[in-house]
Design a protein around this ligand. Sequence first.
Ligand code: F6R
Length: 612
Amino acid sequence: MCGIVGYIGHRQAFPILIKGLHRLEYRGYDSAGIAILQDKIKLYKTKGKVSDLEELVKGENLSGNIGIAHTRWATHGEPNNENAHPHLSPSGDLALIHNGIIENYAILKKELLKRGHVFLSDTDSEVLVHLIEDIMINDKVTLVEALQIALGYVIGAYAIIILSRNNPDLLLAAKKGSPLVIGIGKDEFFIASDATPIVEYTKDVVYLKEEEIAILERNKDLKLITVSNQEKRPYIEQLEMSLSELEKEGFPYFMLKEIYEQPRSIRDSMRGRLNAEKGIVSLGGIIDYEKNLVNAKRILIIGCGTSWHAGLVGKYLLEDLARIPVEVEYASEFRYRNPVICEGDVVIAVSQSGETADTSAAIELAKSKGAIILGICNVVGSSITRVTHAGTYTHAGPEIGVASTKAFTAQVTILTLLALRLGYIRGTIQESRYRQLLFELETIPEKVEQTLKTFDIIKNISNIFKDSKNFIYLGRGYNFPVALEGALKLKEISYIHAEGYPAAEMKHGPIALIDEEMPVVVIATNKGTYQKVLSNIAEVKSRKGKIIAIVTEGDVAVKKIADFVIEIPETEEMFVPLIATIPLQLLSYQIAVIRGCNVDQPRNLAKSVTVE
Ligand code: F6R
């Protein structure tokens, strides 16, 4: 995790770096730091958030037009001032910021300690900057050469930027495993973990590739070389992101803005891919691998957290509509067992950030066993989009709130389109049913819009249950992944313990937890196993649990026994996750707000989990 940003050019670096850190704060907020080059490197760093850093530097002279800055999600070493980045080399001539993990740092550190190095922090990153300077001095090589040699020793992942007192017109950056984007302006360069700190200055960007080093020199063209000293030609791409996508636009939190964006983000994810009138579903990004999917003996969906939940909805859809067996795997488990991958298997990796380390490692493993890998990612140009054979973007737009909301519904939208397309080609859905489903799918954004109007009711419910210690979420069939997702959202932003369960599994254990103190959120929409869920609700009621039910508009039976109901518009059973998730997002949001939690930046979490 961690966010890194750098600037070299003719403007004042400080405001660009601070604004950049705010944009990258979703990546971690344990500590923040900045280094600006004047006649020497001026360094400020502190435990806490970017706002704490701003407080720390108030009144300081931070003028200068070259600098680097960092916001940290702690891996090695607790969050404190010493472990905050940037880290200095022993002479103080080099400052380095790092996102990633140097796995062999302990061995490197031991060697350096023997040679008299003194370390001020517990981080792996400080070891790297010491190593680079040590090589420069002992091997009498340039900074670039020392960096190449040092990175040759390193095992692990890194995105780094280096500022050098003796090279006042130079910034160096390097990448392996962790992301890094360079923005190319007129006589200036911006560099960051993602494009959000760059977009307001330039749309021309270069995504660094594995083991590439960028040499950013004032008034010179960008130069790329590899760790093994090959020259590379920069491939300049155009950013499609707009600045307004990165602002809260009047909402108190990004999470709320992103929940309210879902009618648009679902529509955008369907745009150009769904035409109900003509009976067409097409996913251009994976067209070259459509045959592999159509003939797949099995599909494996891999992901983590919310993306895993979307994958589970995908399983139900693909098995239901396309009749292809699907397994959904936690990437973190998949990568460390010895999974069976057979000829004819297709792997679909689902990831909002496209940077999740476990998902990337699972992809590498599946690839090494010969599988075709397709991606469903949100962040354009992210690492996973570069290692998959092909993929489809979700078009949800930047998701800044750490808890995933619009990315989930966009992922489910893509999986729905995929299942419909495969079902149609494989002939496992009748033409008339297929057409009917396409027309219904087109109405979903409108129905999501309507569902957002339940927020007032949800606010009342949130006031009543804000102090509950535990929640249970129940759903069956397509609504089981919705229950899991609802429970995850509550846990991560309000810190209330919550469990998602298949409604009928409750009687095999969790029912023991039910008493008058236990709120039970049940997704009880009117299709599929509705009658069965009704019985499950009765089981909870007879043990005095409090039922909050998500029901279909006009419901009568659940209303009679539930304590609270939230009505959502009627739709096909398989499309319910796209709608029923919305009130659960709003419920966790509102409870977190009432409890005074930092909704956008929940404790201990970060948006891109680029470490194991
Ligand atoms: C939950 C959440 C996480 C992510 C998970 C995977 O709200 O955001 O559970 O879903 O870390 O991240 P991506 O989708 O970026 O691979």
